[in-house]
Design a protein around this ligand. Structure first.
Ligand SMILES: Cc1ncc(COP(=O)(O)O)c(C=O)c1O
Length: 433
């Protein structure tokens, strides 16, 4: 099974982190290409003493110390190197009153490298919802055609299809994700496929409870049946390394402002090179193509960037460049391992508390940096309120599909102590009830 470029297991994690430590200077040097930013202050990673490195990463954020932010699944803060880059580029562009559109082309190359794609396959959007919508609105679907996705899809992933359904009569079919096995999800998808199935979509990692899908296996299934496969990766890029060349999906959407640590209002859409023509360019304008005739037609760019149009806040794309650079320098695999370790600590701590059950998969291969739990003694709302009010822990309520739970989504700016505090707080709240 090959669900993304790097496979991560409980057994090899320690070995892996160690291996990274040995090769860290090479990894560091790898981030020094064109467009990279000086990230002075981050020390070299030392596998014997990783805490110094992670403290420096944490110090790269301007997050308030008045509370602990544990909601990267909702919105990820940008590090100060990112916010400084946005401010500087914005000031520079305002001074000369230019759009800075050339930035889009430069950063496209870096975004392609970051996601394991070709440059022509990358389109910059404003968020994951816009990326999902371009696919849902643009594919050639007729009344009665069927789309399958998981019932835990975020509104940013489901609404574009529901809207298309209302407009064009396509049929939406959903399955409840299986938190216990990759194969179970494949079977649930397969059971819904009919001759009218045109699209399968899954969240790479689900937002409510953090279930990881085996997207490469789903891509193989979809391809074998001639079905378009779209991935909503709002919860994957930046949390785990994503190598689209190995997954084999037709399209992939993500946010820049969650796990990638980019500025708010950034998103990416990938469309496989050989499928670009199948997605209608519903919003077209300057930057969608180079040449046109009046009356006559437009010659669209051959790549996915035909969906970029009009004037854009290019300083945000510059910020996204710096965010990708920042992550690459830290090490995408190292980031993944760090988040998975935090969640493993949370998992063990929360599971041990009387009345608490964890909804996130117990299999470490099926989870990464999201953990969702509930208590049979304290309802999710008062539990979340108490965590926020009494312990200054910013988590998120999960009301989707009546799950009525609390989600914690730690990232690189969270310390092991932050996560231990969640466990201690939940313990205290439920034992006082
Ligand atoms: C799976 C998923 N898709 C889409 C979105 C929406 O993201 P954005 O705000 O970037 O459109 C989210 C946000 O939480 C999400 O979790």
């Amino acid at each position: 099974m090959d669900f993304f470029a790097y496979r991560y297991t409980r057994m090899n994690r320690k070995h892996f982190v160690k291996t990274l430590g040995l090769g860290s200077s090479a990894l560091w040097a790898a981030g020094c290409g064109k467009g990279s930013t000086q990230l002075g202050g981050l020390p070299e990673f030392d596998s014997e003493k990783p805490s110094r490195f992670w403290k420096s990463v944490r110090d790269s954020y301007a997050l308030t110390q008045d509370r602990v932010y544990l909601n990267c699944g909702g919105l990820g803060p940008a590090s100060t190197v990112v916010t400084d880059a946005v401010a500087a580029k914005s000031a520079e562009l305002q001074r000369i009153s230019e759009t800075g559109h050339a930035i889009m082309g430069e950063v496209r190359i870096e975004a392609a490298r970051y996601l394991g794609a070709e440059t022509e396959e990358i389109c910059f959007t404003r968020n994951a919802t816009e990326s999902n919508s371009i696919i849902a609105a643009g594919l050639d679907l007729k009344s009665g055609d069927e789309v399958i996705f998981e019932s835990h899809a975020h509104p940013g992933g489901s609404f574009p299809w529901l809207s298309r359904s209302q407009r064009d009569g396509i049929r939406v079919k959903v399955f409840d994700p299986d938190p216990t096995s990759f194969a179970g999800n494949l079977e649930r998808i397969e059971a819904l496929i009919t001759p009218r199935t045109r699209v399968i979509q899954v969240s790479h990692i689900t937002a409510p409870t953090g279930i990881v899908f085996d997207v490469a296996a789903i891509a193989t299934l979809a391809r074998s049946k001639g079905i378009w496969f779209h991935i909503d990766g709002a919860q994957s890029a930046g949390m785990i390394p994503v190598d689209l060349s190995r997954i084999g999906c037709d399209s992939y959407a993500t946010s820049g402002h969650k796990w990638m640590g980019g500025p708010r209002g950034t998103g990416i859409l990938y469309i496989a090179q050989d499928r670009v023509e199948e997605v209608a360019t519903l919003h077209a304008g300057g930057h969608s193509g180079d040449s046109y005739e009046l009356p006559g037609g437009i010659e669209f760019h051959k790549g996915a960037r035909r969906h970029e149009y009009g004037t854009r806040a290019t300083e945000l794309v510059e910020g996204l460049r710096v965010a990708m650079d920042f992550q690459t320098r830290i090490g995408k695999e190292r980031i993944e391992a760090y988040g998975a370790e935090r969640v493993e600590e949370l998992y063990r701590g929360l599971e041990a508390i009387d009345s608490v059950s964890v909804l996130t998969p117990s299999d470490p291969e099926m989870r990464r940096s999201i953990i969702t739990f509930k208590s049979s003694k304290v309802a999710f709302d008062p539990l979340n309120n108490a965590l926020s009010r009494d312990y200054k822990l910013r988590c998120r309520r999960v009301t989707e599909r009546g799950l009525d739970a609390v989600r914690v989504s730690p990232h690189i700016y969270n310390s092991p102590e932050n996560c231990a505090r969640v466990v201690e707080a939940v313990k205290a709240i439920v034992s006082a009830a």
